[in-house]
Design a protein. Structure first.
Length: 70
């Protein structure tokens, strides 16, 4: 099971609270994808070229929590 990573930076904008995590190496990133959850939280993933240590190809880059929940 994956361990919870600690954010390297937390920013507060007008509408979101953003938690940034360490970016993967640029040479290994194919593209970035975002997923919006039902409560308004936006997850941004980096799609990697090779498989990771647990078999996955994605790595979480940042999480945006809305200041006002739906």
């Amino acid at each position: 099971m994956a361990t919870k990573r600690k954010p390297i930076k937390i920013e507060k904008s007008k509408n979101y609270i953003v938690e940034d995590y360490k970016d993967p190496p640029k040479k290994q990133v194919l593209r970035y994808r975002s997923k919006k959850l039902d409560d308004g939280t936006v997850l941004t993933f980096a799609v990697m070229r090779g498989k990771g240590p647990e078999g996955g190809r994605t790595e979480l880059v940042n999480i945006k929590y809305p200041r006002r929940r739906k």
